[in-house]
Design a protein around this ligand. Sequence first.
Ligand SMILES: Nc1ncnc2c1ncn2[C@@H]1O[C@H](COP(=O)(O)OP(=O)(O)O)[C@@H](O)[C@H]1O
Ligand SMILES: [Mg+2]
Length: 287
Amino acid sequence: MSPAGPPDGPRSLGAQRREARPGSDRRNPASIGIEVRGLSVVYGRFAAVAGMSFRVEPGESFGIVGESGSGKTTVLRAVCGLAPRTSGTIELVGGEPLPAPGTKPFRRLVQMVFQDPYGSLHPRQTVDRILAEPLSIHGIEGAEARIERALDEVGLGSGFRYRYPHQLSGGQRQRIAIARALILEPQVLLLDEPTSSLDASVQAEVLNLLEALRERRHLTFLMVSHDLAVVTHLCERLMVMQRGRTIESVSAADLAAHRVADAYTRSLMEASAGFRRAGVRPGKMPG
Ligand SMILES: Nc1ncnc2c1ncn2[C@@H]1O[C@H](COP(=O)(O)OP(=O)(O)O)[C@@H](O)[C@H]1O
Ligand SMILES: [Mg+2]
């Protein structure tokens, strides 16, 4: 599969988003959100994340965008307990008492879809085994029906159940990674560049699938990507980060109208093919 998509891919992503959801509040009812305050993750003397704060409202789809190495993956890993939190707090929000980070109930509610589906799926496990594993870790019964349902929900069906990852296309592998995240019926999905390994046409399919799942299951999304066009496809609100810090917070509507305050945000718009063709003025790229 070619790593680069058709030249007009990201632009068509934006166009589909606008056609599908004209300007309404797309927040879901009855789900939970996340509040992050002053999060820092320090490795030795290097702060991969340096004092970030943001709040993802229940039912919202919130994006973080930044260049490679800015700390996006580390933020998600810290939220789900895979990266060591040096300081700051992470809290689920949404009414009833909710589990604390690092606990098993938290991990069931907050699931991550990793950036590279090939690396994150065990090469010698069948799809069936990959999907059964989280159920057995959490002691959940009814694996048979849950696996069938999860495969249906991601548009693959039971014919894929006994395949190995190498017998799947990139898009199919990412659908399995999404099914694995959904099988525990979480309320929050952490999405790490969920389409960056895919062709542009497959990217659009997977983003549309994620949006449909979000609506059907009343999910809250926290999604990170280096590509503004991908983030604005799913998210109404987003934060721009650079070197572990917040640069600015903007709405997708402001971005579409090119109402951005910071030169770095503008340079990200220039780097994103869809925005570039939509007429952002050229400027200096960050060093
Ligand atoms: N476990 C780790 N140990 C040391 N440095 C790390 C570790 N994980 C990430 N980093 C560093 O933190 C920075 C941010 O990484 P990452 O969060 O993966 O960025 P992004 O996802 O935005 O590309 C990078 O400089 C990376 O090398
Ligand atoms: Mg990353």
